[in-house]
Design a protein around this ligand. Structure first.
Ligand code: GDP
Length: 201
């Protein structure tokens, strides 16, 4: 791999129970899907290494489980995250309405300006015909919050890679903006020091 820089990014995936978070991760990381239903018990972290813009990125994706009883864990999981994947099930309207709450929980934990924290919304299970959330409804909510929206299927492997690449790219952008900011401050502090010394001697 021809890369110049190596970056580790922490991404959290959130949404109601059963929307397909674990399945999406399994599809993205292992290119596998299983119909077997199982509850995610607590946190699991999956890692995938990708290359974006000539940079080697290690994505650490944290899956917290969507159950109400795990909601209290969300603050500690999302602390220090570089981006968040919000998932709903297009055949379950409540899971769509739940996005607002998940978004607010995450924003409580970020030091970034809320408009800068990278989110992506995934409307999953588009392979099923009885939709309860239309594409337009989901797009409108995402546009209102300035969040990219992807219609996906973990089962049929539709758009999953695109969605995760999008969050990686946007998280990377924020990451480098933070670092640029930090570097700029360091330089200006050093400059001040030098000039003080010069005045002194
Ligand atoms: P989580 O609780 O959000 O992690 O949801 P899971 O990944 O455990 O998925 C819940 C159920 O939805 C499982 O039975 C999955 O097989 C099913 N599922 C997940 N993604 C899809 C999809 O894209 N299409 C269909 N038809 N079923 C899916």
């Amino acid at each position: 791999m021809n890369t110049n820089r190596r970056v580790d990014l922490k991404i959290v995936i959130l949404g109601s129970l059963g929307v397909g978070k674990t399945s999406l991760l399994n599809r993205y990381v292992n290119n596998r899907f299983t119909q077997e239903y199982r509850t995610t018990l607590g946190a699991s972290i999956l890692t995938k290494e990708i290359e974006v813009d000539n940079m080697f990125i290690k994505l650490q994706i944290w899956d917290t489980g969507g159950q109400e009883r795990f909601k209290s864990l969300v603050p500690s999981f999302s602390k220090g995250s570089d981006g968040c994947v919000l998932v709903f099930d297009v055949t379950d309207q409540d899971s769509f309405y739940g996005l607002r709450g998940w978004r607010e929980e995450v924003l409580l934990q970020t030091p970034l300006d809320h408009k800068d924290y990278p989110f992506v919304v995934l409307g999953n299970k588009i392979d099923i015909s009885n939709r309860q959330v239309t594409s337009d409804e989901a797009k409108a909510w995402c546009a209102a919050h300035n969040i990219p929206y992807f219609e996906v299927s973990a089962k049929e492997d539709i758009n999953v890679d695109h969605a995760f690449e999008n969050i990686a790219q946007n998280a990377l952008l924020q990451d480098s903006e933070w670092k640029d900011c930090y570097l700029t401050n360091s330089i200006s502090l050093a400059d001040n020091k030098t000039s003080t010394r010069q005045n002194c001697c």
